[in-house]
Design a protein around this ligand. Structure first.
Ligand SMILES: Cc1cc2nc3c(=O)[nH]c(=O)nc-3n(C[C@H](O)[C@H](O)[C@H](O)COP(=O)(O)OP(=O)(O)OC[C@H]3O[C@@H](n4cnc5c(N)ncnc54)[C@H](O)[C@@H]3O)c2cc1C
Length: 471
């Protein structure tokens, strides 16, 4: 049993507990555990506050695919989570395009694994505990404490009806998509990105399904478009008989009946005849660019709570782990100087943009593009494009195509010329956006000018694609 160390505060009608330390992390997911482990390893007093029970913690709705499995931050090293990697033979994406009666086999760069997600969740918690972080379960954070200057000084929550107060130099919001902390905190005077709306999220649902006969595609992540361009179905093999099956749609689209639509697709696939469902979960995930700034005085957001997800694949585990590490390292540096203001925390934003934020902002441009095109046209075009280049575009946000390949692609894409031209122009704009993110300001004072240029680049994206503005 994990320790729950508090001071009890007397003289209140309800029982009232308080915790004081260096860093409070809200949320025991990937980003929270990596943040906590990073700071605790350096000897800082860190608590992770989690609304779920100790038994349920780590149980997260996910597709279970882990990209970049070879290069996880050292605070909880790969050796400590590896036993949750149930399928390390996956090495490519299998894109089923029923409209074109085509299957594309697209290589995925870097190390890939499908994992037992709950077991992985327990292992990252164990890793952060081993590093010295405390965990307070069954505690729902409901409010954010701020001083008269606006600096965040802690959070307040409830545990079994008791009020619990946390007071710390830095609060790290790792509470996942649509975090309540950002609704409660008054961040109007900070650079912290508040241009966040439901239309920048995807609603997703997944089941873990057991089949009796091994599937043939146990070395692939299977993707299939839903009837609309803004959604896709996936089948990720945890083993050759245990499949994570799910789907999602962009929340600015007409809602899909997720459970029903998944059931229909499973029913049509012979390999799922007689299958049994072992687990069901749904959740929202950000499919947007990373927050322009994820810091405010005394406050940092990481992982899903800061839009750190690849907006075209929905993969967020690796970004969450690194965001946790970068945030904690910066928090520790700021605490050491006695100044936890925005400028002192800023380098965290820079490291995120440098590592994956620029790339995700580029990929977001393709996301915007797909909301404005007809799904059948798009699938027709995808079937005609060179798969290696598609792979590069999917993961790096850009791809360079030589003239010979361009010519061959042009011949195969006959009938999709308008779309090819739009895609070409969109690609150039995505490249411009990535380049602009590479010039992310080194100081909070540079943010407004940088945002202004970025917004004018995005206006050109909306103009070119005909998509509704997303931000
Ligand atoms: C259906 C689905 C499929 C996905 N598939 C993949 C995939 O295949 N591969 C991949 O890499 N990514 C995938 N993702 C994304 C990935 O799961 C997330 O990006 C990642 O889990 C983010 O980690 P996090 O730590 O930021 O947040 P989370 O893992 O969401 O953790 C947040 C934690 O905060 C706790 N919490 C929330 N509010 C409070 C509160 N008020 N008080 C206390 N605790 C609170 C929650 O209980 C939770 O434990 C998928 C997401 C979904 C929804």
């Amino acid at each position: 049993m994990t320790t729950q160390e508090y001071d009890t505060v007397e003289g209140d009608s309800t029982s009232h507990r308080a915790w004081t330390g260096d860093i409070v992390v809200v949320g025991a997911g990937t980003s929270g555990c990596y943040a906590a482990a990073t700071a605790a390893r350096e000897g800082y007093d860190v608590v992770v506050v989690e609304r779920k029970s100790e038994q349920e913690a780590g149980h997260i709705a996910c597709g279970d695919a882990l990209k970049g499995a070879d290069a996880f931050p050292e605070a909880i090293p790969k050796s400590q989570i590896q036993s949750a990697f149930t399928n390390t033979d996956v090495d490519h994406g299998r894109f089923e395009i029923p409209q074109e009666d085509t299957v594309l086999e697209i290589p995925v760069p870097g190390e890939l694994a499908v994992i037992d997600r709950w077991e992985y969740g327990r292992l990252v918690i164990e890793g952060a505990e081993k590093a010295g972080a405390q965990f307070h379960y069954d505690t729902v954070v409901q409010d954010v404490e701020q001083d008269e200057t606006g600096r965040v000084t802690g959070v307040r929550g409830k545990r079994h009806g008791d009020v619990v107060e946390y007071d710390a130099d830095v609060v790290i919001d790792a509470a996942g998509a649509l975090s309540i902390l950002q609704d409660k905190a008054d961040l109007d005077d900070a650079t912290f990105d508040q241009n966040v709306s439901y239309s920048q999220f995807c609603s997703a649902y997944r089941e873990v399904v057991h089949v009796d006969e091994p599937v043939e595609w146990d070395d692939a992540l299977v993707f299939k478009p839903t009837d609309r361009a803004a959604g896709y179905l996936w089948y990720f093999p945890r083993t050759d008989t245990e499949i994570n099956a799910g789907l999602g749609f962009q929340m600015n689209e007409e809602p899909m009946h997720l459970v029903e639509d998944l059931k229909n697709d499973l029913r049509d696939r012979p390999e799922f005849q007689g299958a049994t469902v072992e687990d069901k979960l749904g959740a929202a995930l950000p499919t947007r660019r990373p927050y322009d700034s994820a810091v405010a005085p005394g406050f940092m957001a990481v992982g899903d709570a800061a839009g750190h997800v690849n907006p075209t694949t929905g993969g967020g585990i690796a970004g969450a782990a690194y965001a946790g590490k970068y945030a904690a390292e910066q928090a520790v540096e700021a605490i050491e100087t006695g100044d936890v203001g925005e400028a002192a925390l800023w380098e965290y934003n820079e490291r995120v943009m440098d590592h994956f934020g620029a790339r995700y902002a580029g990929l977001d441009v393709y996301n915007i593009f797909t909301t404005a095109v007809d799904v059948d046209d798009l699938m027709g075009l995808l079937g005609a494009l060179p798969t290696q280049k598609l792979s590069e575009a999917l993961y790096s946000g850009s791809a360079n195509i030589g003239w010979k390949l361009k010519l061959r692609t042009a011949v195969r894409s006959l009938g999709h010329f308008d779309l090819v031209y739009d895609l070409y122009r969109t690609k150039n704009l995505a490249d411009d956006i990535i380049e602009h993110y590479e010039r992310y300001p080194a100081d909070p004072r540079g943010l407004p000018a940088w945002q202004e240029t970025r917004d004018s680049l995005l206006d050109r994206v909306y103009e070119t694609t005909g998509a509704d503005p997303k931000y």
